[in-house]
Design a protein around this ligand. Structure first.
Ligand SMILES: Cc1cc2nc3c(=O)[nH]c(=O)nc-3n(C[C@H](O)[C@H](O)[C@H](O)COP(=O)(O)O)c2cc1C
Length: 381
């Protein structure tokens, strides 16, 4: 059933515009920003726009179905929600809304290590649609405990992010005091006063926390200590040795996120990972990075017979999802659009984002004459 929000916000761009009007500028800039001078964000857009498909009007298949299978599980659509840290800064309970919407739509939901909602809370909302993203803490005990907690709530898919060896350099966040630890400035107070519904929701729910890390830092009282703790705990870049160790420690599916080269893809395949996500982190880490569009086909060609290849970065519509599927992705993740949904309309906005993606992708597939997501690769030449 199409939501009643469909006439008010029929596109992701509409959700984005509404979000900009509803959340403080510092939160909006944290969400939309890339890094350095935002070149990678622009290149993601440019490269996606260059992908065109040809229709088969005279040899068309019957009605399109979005259903797909990934890592042995049937999903109702070939897309999912990417991990988003500090989710509560955009809107309190954003991660819970996303997790609930993902379960309802039967798509994957990936909870970030640094989300404002705990693994246990997210599992209560997402059920078996919960995947967990790990920034592996260098303290082995904490790392194993996080994995154990994910296991205990029935999560079978562990996503390990490799593309944050250092923090991305984001000038707007620095200017807005969103450094670690955050600084409350006169300007941020002013920005908050201009967005009363966000201020009220945040006042009612409390400042966003790093809910998953809370049990390990109970004795830390102030924000600066918490920030220093997170920084030093998660400081280690993920190397091949760490991936091998995680492969041994995690018996479920291991998915490696942030692959941008054939070399890294082959190394990921060599440790028997089950899937990888081609991603430039939405352009937030390396401003001169290649885009997933440029790398997808080469990576699928090199390792597609050994593991499943997923993708994210830059998706702003169901049309973009069709483009990535046509380049060989089995699942297409995205981050910001789902936050625009919640920023715009709260809980219902998460459903609305999924509806927009579904309706747009279905329209493209029916127009092309394509019956299922994995068939889209035939429409690219
Ligand atoms: C606000 C924000 C927070 C993010 N936090 C994380 C995170 O905690 N862990 C992670 O692996 N990726 C994180 N990412 C990257 C996303 O998982 C994903 O790779 C990216 O958003 C894809 O690009 P898109 O936003 O254009 O869809 C974050 C992205 C955004 C926008």
């Amino acid at each position: 059933m199409v939501s009643k929000l469909n006439s008010r916000a029929p596109s992701i761009a509409d959700l984005k515009r509404r979000t900009q009007k509803r959340i403080p500028k510092f939160a909006y800039q944290y969400l939309v920003g890339g890094c350095n001078s935002d070149q990678a964000v622009a290149r993601n857009r440019h490269c996606l726009d260059e992908v065109a498909l040809h229709p088969a009007y005279l040899s068309r298949a019957k009605t399109a179905s979005l259903a797909t299978t990934a890592l042995g599980v049937q999903y109702d659509a070939p897309f999912g929600i990417a991990p988003l840290g500090l989710s509560g800064l955009i809107w309190p309970k954003a991660a819970e809304y996303h997790a609930t919407a993902a379960k309802k739509a039967n798509i994957p939901y990936v909870l970030s290590t640094l989300a404002s909602t705990s693994i246990e809370q997210a599992a209560a909302c997402a059920g078996s649609n919960l995947w967990f993203q790990l920034y592996p803490p260098k303290d082995q005990e904490i790392r194993l405990d996080l994995m154990q907690r994910a296991r205990q709530v029935g999560c079978n898919n562990l996503v390990v992010t490799i593309d944050v060896p250092v923090a991305g350099r984001r000038p707007n966040d620095i200017k807005n005091g969103l450094s670690v630890p955050p600084k409350i400035t006169l300007n941020s107070i002013y920005q908050t006063l201009l967005r009363p519904s966000w201020a009220m929701a945040t006042a009612l729910n409390g400042m966003p926390q790093f809910a998953n890390m809370q049990p390990y830092m109970n004795k830390l009282s102030n924000l600066e200590d918490v920030a220093n703790y997170i920084r030093s705990t998660l400081k280690e870049p993920v190397d091949l040795a760490m991936l091998k160790e995680l492969r041994q420690q995690w018996t479920g599916n291991l998915i490696v996120k942030g692959v941008l080269s054939v070399e890294d893809a082959k190394l990921v395949a060599s440790i028997n990972a089950d899937a990888l996500i081609v991603s430039n982190h939405g352009g937030r880490q390396l401003d001169l990075a290649h885009t997933p569009v440029e790398m997808m086909q080469e990576i699928v060609e090199a390792v597609g017979d050994k593991l499943e290849v997923f993708v994210d970065s830059g998706v702003e519509s169901g049309v973009d999802i069709a483009r990535y599927l046509a380049l060989g992705a089995k699942l297409v993740f995205s981050g910001r659009p789902y936050m625009y949904g919640v920023g715009a309309f709260g809980k219902e906005g998460a459903d609305q984002c999924i509806d927009i993606f579904s309706l747009e992708l279905e329209q493209v597939m029916n127009q092309l004459g394509c019956s299922s997501p994995h068939e889209l690769v035939k429409f690219i030449n």
